[in-house]
Design a protein around this ligand. Structure first.
Ligand SMILES: [Zn+2]
Length: 289
């Protein structure tokens, strides 16, 4: 929380505050996904696999380029924490911060999940979201955020003094470790800030602190993604359940999540404008000009 009125207020404070807000990353020049063709393709999907993510646990799954995957609410309201890596290079992963800077604090249909530097390309495009009706509520909250990192045992220890082992960070690390047969210590640094699937969040109007409220998700709801390269994904069913009260404990009611992977009518996607890795080339890697 930012302290105010500690320093002297300058005489021209009002005019300084009145400077116009400018969008940091205007999207006029952003290459857009071909949503019309995606919509055509998703009318003819064939399920090729599914996996249940148990409550307070995580699972990893592969999605081939050109396929779709859905995260479904099944037994009751439940939030999920999603990590995405390039299957062939785990150092390239979802970059929540830059995605937020480009698309805003919460994602929905048509938004892309951008990857880390130096690749910086879309790993996936959100192709459908049954919660897109929610919009923004009176608290300034919305669904599917890229502002909340992921619940983790270090912050829990710092704030509460507890040792809790089923935070999304730990769940994702264990799942990645098992899936890729990596030591826990090697897997942990590969876990990154998430897309908080189905989570309803925002910043309070007075202190601008991160808040959560009961997720509006209900069984039957889903968010669907189109894979723009071969992906390894990790999904944790958050110990916060619907995140209406608390996380990082065993007190919330939790439910499983269902992940389904689909093949598509590839003919409709023949001309999909997949983006290559960033074409920026550092001309002076040693700092010379
Ligand atoms: Zn969590």
């Amino acid at each position: 929380m930012k302290k105010q009125n500690v320093s002297n207020i300058p005489a021209d404070a009002a005019s300084r505050r009145a400077a116009p807000a400018v969008i940091c990353y205007p999207t006029y020049g952003l290459p857009h996904p071909d949503m019309a063709n995606l919509e055509r393709a998703r009318t003819n999907l064939t399920k090729i696999s599914e996996i249940i993510v148990p409550p307070r646990d995580a699972r990893c799954f592969n999605v081939q380029k050109g396929h779709f995957f859905r995260i479904n609410s099944i037994d009751g309201p439940q939030v999920g924490d999603l990590n995405i890596w390039s299957k062939t290079n785990l150092a390239e992963h979802f970059y929540a911060g830059k995605t937020r800077a480009i698309h805003g604090t919460h994602l929905s249909t048509g938004d892309r999940m951008w990857s880390s530097f130096p690749s910086m390309r879309p790993l996936a495009t959100i192709s459908h979201d049954t919660l897109d009706w929610y919009g923004w509520d009176d608290d300034g909250g919305s669904v599917h955020d890229v502002i909340g990192t992921r619940c983790d045992p270090y912050t829990a220890k710092l704030l509460s003094g507890i040792d809790y082992h089923h935070c999304c960070h730990s769940n994702l690390t264990r799942a990645l470790s098992a899936h890729c047969q990596l030591d826990y210590a090697k897997a942990e640094p590969l876990v990154h800030d998430v897309l908080n699937v189905f989570m309803c969040t925002g910043f309070t109007k007075d202190t601008h602190q991160y808040f959560m409220k009961a997720s509006p998700v209900r069984p039957g709801d889903f968010i669907e993604f189109f894979a723009e390269t071969d992906l390894l994904c990790g999904l944790s069913a958050c110990p916060g359940g619907d995140c209406s009260s608390e996380h990082s404990s065993d007190s919330a009611t939790c439910h499983p999540l269902l992940v389904e992977v689909f093949d598509s009518d590839n003919a409709a996607l023949d001309n999909f404008p997949y983006l290559p890795e960033s074409q920026y080339r550092n001309a002076c890697p040693n700092g010379s000009k």
